[in-house]
Write a protein that binds this ligand. Structure first.
Ligand SMILES: Nc1ncnc2c1ncn2[C@@H]1O[C@H](COP(=O)(O)OP(=O)(O)O)[C@@H](O)[C@H]1O
Ligand SMILES: [Mg+2]
Length: 428
């Protein structure tokens, strides 16, 4: 007299499944499939239960994926082991899934060896030399709608690594921003409150926007750019639209929020009558304290003209850091050139010469010069037949010529102003 019987799952069994699931967790064999997945499969795929009276004492849940079936959950209640429930459930589940014409049925089990016998007795083969890996997808499905409405996105992986050179800046951003934001518990142990808002400043084209995106990519957070001036057309009015945008942002679990050219809205309050953007500034100033209360997000404001900003805007308590992003040094320029010189000709191109000749260039200037050189070299190859003994592609001379033809975005005067701004306004 076994004291239990098998039957198909029905909706009343959800509680029983939940209890079995919690028991698995308690006993340290963390189930691979999330509870929500198991419950979804109970309702939409295949599930059988073992019951004693109407009490659920065991369950097996499976789903078919093309030709292969997976057992997403199987468990026997404490006190009911050794009574053949496990093998019985597996046999019943396999029978229930048979109409799919599966070629394989697979399951992941805890590596403590428990539960293997039940599977082996039902003809499952124990595979060795396999490891289980998983990755949590950083932006979850529930957030995608909100993210879409905000015009935000999940930045490409690896963007951080693709930022060439800029070792000093990267190091600073990594330590001050990424480290505490990525590991808030560790930061807490050191008594560090992770930063909530920062300003990046520096001449145009030095990579402020790139860095803002790269920080999001490095943290695996969503990236949302807010365009205050575009919100002006909103029927809610500028201030209302800005508030609504930040309300939506607070629905995201994690986000880097980016406002570019922030001097447009937060410049010194000169001029009569006041600029219509003044209202945005006031609203933004009101929003920042609430924004700072929420963990898991970072506001990044960028500006080319930090000295134009209202000093009240920059004050302590609002922005944690005011970080200069300067022109690339030689090492950074080399790394940036390496990104643009095609690999096939990289050995032949005299990088040292390019690095030296592009002193004072921003990353954007280097990109421009590199693209110009490539384009000219290709066009020239249509006129003069290229040397058949050499790999086609731009040569050092093409680059040098393109560099000579590129006007540095940052003039000596702007560069000097920037150094002065670092002295007076940077906060690291
Ligand atoms: N460190 C870098 N390595 C490679 N390319 C870069 C780097 N910094 C900037 N760039 C490129 O230069 C261009 C301008 O950068 P951007 O981030 O828009 O500058 P900013 O926002 O400071 O004006 C972009 O095409 C970007 O990809
Ligand atoms: Mg920019």
């Amino acid at each position: 007299m076994p004291g239990w019987r098998l039957r198909d799952f029905h909706a009343d069994d959800l509680d029983g499944i939940l209890r079995l699931w919690e028991q698995c967790q308690r006993t340290g064999s963390e189930p691979v499939y999330a509870l929500s997945e198991v419950l979804a499969s109970c309702q939409k795929d295949h599930a059988v239960v073992a019951v004693h009276g109407e009490e659920v004492v065991g369950a097996a849940v499976g789903r078919a994926a093309h030709n292969q079936g997976w057992i997403v959950f199987s468990a026997t209640a404490d006190g009911w082991h050794g009574r053949g429930i496990g093998p019985g459930l597996l046999a019943a589940l396999e029978k229930r899934m048979a109409p799919h014409g599966l070629s394989k049925l697979s399951a992941l089990l805890p590596d403590d060896g428990s539960r293997v016998d039940a599977f082996v007795s039902q003809g499952f083969e124990l595979k060795s030399r396999l490891r289980y890996v998983e990755r949590r997808i950083p932006v979850q499905r529930e957030e995608l709608g909100t993210l879409h409405e905000l015009g935000g996105r999940v930045p490409a992986r690896g963007l951080w690594d693709s930022v060439g050179g800029m070792r000093h800046e990267k190091d600073l951003l990594e330590k001050r921003l990424v480290l505490p934001l990525a590991q808030p518990d560790l930061a807490d142990q050191y008594g560090i409150v992770p930063p909530r808002a920062v300003v990046l400043f520096g001449p145009p084209g030095t990579g402020k926007t790139t860095f803002a995106k790269a920080i999001a990519s490095r943290l695996e957070w969503s990236f949302v750019e807010v365009f205050p001036s575009r919100l002006a057309a909103d029927p809610l009015g500028l201030a209302g639209a800005l508030r609504e945008t930040f309300d939506k942002i607070s629905e995201l679990e994690h986000a880097v929020v980016f406002i570019d050219e922030v001097e447009e809205i937060a410049s010194k309050r000169t001029g009569e009558p006041p600029s219509p953007l003044q209202g945005v500034t006031n609203e933004l100033l009101k929003i920042i304290p609430a924004f700072r209360e929420q963990p898991g997000r970072l506001l990044v404001c960028a500006t080319n003209f930090i000295r134009a900003l209202d000093s009240a805007f920059l004050r302590h308590g609002r922005f944690d850091y005011v970080i200069p992003i300067g022109l690339p040094d030689a090492a950074a320029r080399r790394a940036i050139w390496e990104r643009y010189v095609p690999p096939a000709v990289a050995d032949e191109v005299d990088l040292d010469q390019l690095v030296a000749a592009s002193d004072g260039f921003s990353p954007a200037d280097i990109e421009h010069a590199a693209r110009t050189a490539s384009q000219h070299a290709m066009e020239a190859s249509l006129v003069v037949a290229p040397d058949p003994h050499r790999v086609p592609g731009p040569r050092t001379a093409d680059y040098v010529e393109a560099i000579a033809g590129t006007k540095a975005t940052v003039s000596a005067e702007v560069a000097a102003d920037f150094l002065e701004d670092i002295e007076t306004l940077a906060r690291l």
